[in-house]
Design a protein around this ligand. Sequence first.
Ligand SMILES: [Zn+2]
Ligand SMILES: [Zn+2]
Length: 343
Amino acid sequence: MESFLKAQRGSHVNGISELKTYLHRFGYLLPENANFSDAFDATFESAILHFQSKLGLSLSGKLDFDTMSQISAPRCGVPDTISTFTLHGTRHYMYFPGKPRWARRMPMKLTYAFSPDYTIRYLSSSEIKAVFKRAFARWASVIPVSFVETEDYVYADIKIGFYHGEHGDSEPFDGVLGVLAHSFSPENGKVHLDAAETWAVDFRSEKSAVAMDLESVATHEIGHLLGLAHSSVKEAVMYPTLKPREKKLDLQLDDIEGVQALYGSNPNFNIGSLSESDISTNQAVNVLRKISVATGRPLAAKCNSTGRPVEYIPVARCGRAELFRKLKQLAASARNFVKNLYF
Ligand SMILES: [Zn+2]
Ligand SMILES: [Zn+2]
């Protein structure tokens, strides 16, 4: 593990091949630029820097502890979106290629329904419905869009279901942790949750160490349904990773600005109700310029499949459960190594 943490451009380290597969899967390495060997090459270094900038980490270009922790954290299955947009502004929210949104007359009403077939048995349907009702209400409070539950699954605008493994959209789920859920950009309307997770509605009754908060993930996935991609603001609901037993429910200024730029503001929304700390998380970071300087590469390098609807972004064909297991091992040994080194 020592060599892993110390690895830099020119190194060959067992495990880098898996990291490349991960970085490719989530939009940081284009297949034509990548060789999936264990070589720490310039393309890999650039992908690491982009990952660090997107996740709001320090730009070391190395496989440091924070980077490995984020790589091994449970996350949303939607690939991260990177563009030169980040360079110009102070904002960290992002949209999908083409900036799709629901095109209906304002104020807009969208219906949602739960799949009668693809569900989980250990939570009651009323518990699941209450969670989603609260998650939808958060977004509805900031934009002139309302969400109404319907029993008519076939004709609902938004369709929610829990699925195991391969489920027909070439984005198979990977079992416990790893990828938790994914959803699609407007106006697709589908939300898929990994049925293999231990979904929790109340951590007082759900004691599992790998329990994931259903409401936090629901709130995040609704952001995608509305047209938001992943944000680099760590506190934002649209940040791509979430730890087991962590709750992230409140929309941050970054989430709100992003969604209001698509739909306008709910006339009843008052920005003054946000706390100081919500606002201070929105800081300007000129990250791509730093990457450009560090790697000697032009700023226009793209790391995602820009121009394609998100549902068609190709994914690496790999045993992802296997991949995440390996990544978790690597992160665990990195953690032990850092502990031994400093304590
Ligand atoms: Zn996501
Ligand atoms: Zn799916």
